[in-house]
Design a binder for this molecule. Structure first.
Ligand code: ATP
Ligand code: MG
Length: 449
C-alpha cells in the first residue's frame, strides 16, 4: 500500500506557516545571481517559483549553499519554453537544467502527493518507492521531501519562507526530523538513512529520537539499493570534509557495512588497533586537505578504504605459497570484484586504485635506474602519499618513506648517489629481499639491517 507522509502524520498541509522577510535571515545577496534570474523569470511568466531544499536550509544557517534548487508549478515543457539555455533531463521524473556557463540551476516541477489511488506511484513489496512521476502542487510537493529542514520554500514573490512541517522550529533546535513516520519513510527510500548521517554531520544537527530508533532497525534495507546509487552517496558522504565523523556515525548505525562490507569485516578483527589506523588517518588527512582548500580524489580514498582487506587476503595467499606480487594482484582483483557489488566503482577509479596499490612494493627498489623511472610514473604522487600513510600507521618502514621524500627533492647528482649500491643495499640486493612493507626479510627484527 502506498503511504504518503501526509497520511501518516504531520500538520494539515493547508496550514502553512509563513515567515515574512523580517522573520528570517535569508538575504538575496546570498543567493546566486543565476538562481535569482530563474526565479524572477518564472514569476514574470506567471508561474510560482521557490528556492527549496538544501539551499534554503544552508542559507538559514548562513552557509554558502552547494547549489540552488528551484521548484515551480510550471511543468517541464513550460519551463523549457521560458529558458533558451535549458535542457530537460531524467526519464522517471523530468527535471529542467538551466545552464549559465558552468553553473546549472535545477528547476523541478512540484511533485504530486502520492495518494493511494495514484497509480503513477509504485512501491515494491518492501515498500520502496520505485516510480514517482506525478506533478502536483506545493502542498503535495512538501510531503515527498525527506527532512523537515529540507522542506522549506523561499518564495521569490515576497521573500518569505513557507513552512508546512515545522521545519523552521526544527532548524532552530538543530534537529533532523523525518516528515511523517520514520519507518515508512526509510522503507520507501533507505538512502534517506545515509542522508540523515550526512546532514547530521555536515550541519551538526541531532537526529530526532524517532528517526534514530527507526535507523537502528532499518540498516539492512539499504542492501536493496542499486550499487551505482550507493557509489554516488558514498562520494557525498566521504568527500564532504567531514569523512572521519561520518565514518564513525555510519558504523554506529550499522550502515558502513552496507557500503564497505569487506572493510567492516577487517575492522572487526583488528590487530592491536592497527588495521583501523590507516583508514582513520586517510579520512582525517582528507578532511584536513578539504579544510585547506586542496583537492581530494575518490580513488585514493577508496584505495585506503580497501587496503586492509587487500592486505589480509594477500597475506593468506602468501601463507599458502603464492608469490608476493601475484598474491597482491589477485587480492586486489578479488576485493574490487566484491566491492563493486556494494558501490559500483567506475573503471577509471578501480584502475587508479590498482595503480596506487601496485606501486607500493616498487618503492622498495632504491638501487639503480628504478627509482628515477618510478618518479615519472603518472601515479607517483598518489603512490608516495599512500606510502606515507602506511608509514605513519605502522604499515611500512618510516625510513623508506623518508628516503623517497628526500629522493624526490634531491638534484640529479644527489639522486645518483642515493641510488648507488652501498654495501648495505647490496646486502639486500643479494637475496635479502624486502617484503611489501619495505622491511628486510629475514632480519631478526624485521627492520632494516
Ligand atoms: P546538499 O546540500 O547535499 O545538496 P540537499 O538537501 O540539497 O543537500 P539534494 O540531494 O540536492 O540534497 O536534494 C534536494 C532536496 O530534494 C532535498 O533537500 C530534499 O528536500 C529532496 N530530496 C532529495 N533526496 C531525497 C530523498 N531521497 N527523499 C526525499 N526527499 C529528497
Ligand atoms: Mg542540493
Amino acid at each position: 500500500m502506498i503511504t504518503s507522509a501526509r497520511n501518516e502524520a504531520g500538520p494539515d498541509a493547508t496550514q502553512a506557516r509563513i515567515y515574512s522577510r523580517s522573520e528570517h535571515n535569508i538575504s538575496r545577496s546570498q543567493i546566486s545571481e543565476n538562481a535569482l534570474k530563474v526565479l524572477y523569470k518564472l514569476q514574470k511568466e506567471g508561474f510560482k517559483a521557490y528556492l527549496v531544499g538544501g539551499c534554503v536550509r544552508d542559507l538559514l544557517l548562513g552557509r554558502e549553499p552547494k547549489d540552488f534548487d528551484v521548484v515551480t508549478n510550471a511543468d517541464p515543457e513550460q519551463i523549457k519554453k521560458v529558458f533558451r539555455n535549458c535542457r530537460l533531463i531524467g526519464r522517471r521524473f523530468r527535471l529542467a537544467h538551466v545552464h549559465f556557463g558552468r553553473e546549472v540551476i535545477e528547476v523541478a516541477t512540484f511533485r504530486g502527493a502520492g495518494e493511494e489511488k495514484n497509480d503513477k506511484q509504485v512501491l515494491n513489496k518492501e515498500g520502496r518507492l520505485l516510480r514517482d512521476n506525478v506533478y502536483g502542487t506545493i502542498e503535495e510537493d512538501v510531503w515527498r521531501r525527506d527532512f523537515t529542514v529540507n522542506a522549506l520554500y523561499y518564495d521569490i514573490k515576497d521573500f518569505s519562507v513557507v513552512d508546512y512541517v515545522s521545519g523552521m522550529a526544527d532548524h532552530k533546535a538543530a534537529t533532523l526530523r523525518l516528515i511523517g513516520d520514520p519507518e515508512t519513510r526509510f522503507r520507501e527510500d533507505p538512502v534517506r538513512m545515509l542522508r540523515a548521517v550526512r546532514f547530521a554531520v555536515k550541519l551538526s544537527f541531532n537526529l530526532h529520537p524517532d528517526c534514530e530508533k527507526a535507523m537502528h532497525k532499518a540498516a539492512e534495507l539499504l542492501f536493496s539499493i542499486p550499487p551505482a546509487r550507493l557509489y554516488d552517496e558514498a562520494l557525498k558522504l566521504f568527500m564532504s570534509g567531514c569523512a572521519l565523523q561520518t565514518f564513525e556515525m555510519l558504523r554506529h548505525y550499522g550502515l558502513f557495512q552496507v557500503l564497505f562490507p569487506a572493510t567492516e569485516k577487517c575492522l572487526s578483527v583488528e590487530d592491536n588497533g592497527f588495521p583501523r589506523l590507516l583508514l582513520i588517518k586517510a579520512l582525517d588527512n582528507s578532511d584536513t586537505r578539504i579544510a585547506e582548500g586542496k583537492t581530494v580524489t575518490a580513488y585514493f580514498l577508496f584505495a585506503a578504504m580497501l587496503w586492509e582487506s587487500v592486505q589480509m587476503r594477500a597475506k593468506e595467499k602468501i601463507a599458502l605459497g603464492t608469490v608476493e606480487f601475484i598474491a597482491y594482484q589477485d587480492a586486489a582483483n578479488e576485493v574490487i570484484s566484491m566491492q563493486i557489488k556494494s558501490t559500483a566503482l567506475p573503471r577509471h577509479i578501480t584502475m587508479a586504485m590498482r595503480e596506487v596499490w601496485s606501486l607500493q612494493p616498487k618503492f622498495n627498489a632504491r638501487i639503480g635506474s628504478k627509482p628515477s623511472r618510478l618518479l615519472t610514473h603518472p601515479r607517483f604522487r598518489a603512490g608516495y602519499d599512500f606510502l606515507l600513510l602506511r608509514a605513519e600507521t605502522g604499515g611500512a618502514d618510516p625510513e623508506l618513506a623518508q628516503w623517497w621524500g628526500k629522493y624526490q627533492n634531491a638534484n640529479e647528482n644527489e639522486q645518483r648517489k642515493m641510488t648507488q649500491p652501498s654495501r648495505k643495499a647490496q646486502g639486500s640486493k643479494s637475496g635479502r629481499k624486502r617484503n611489501y612493507r619495505g622491511y628486510v626479510k629475514g632480519s631478526p627484527t624485521g627492520k632494516e639491517v
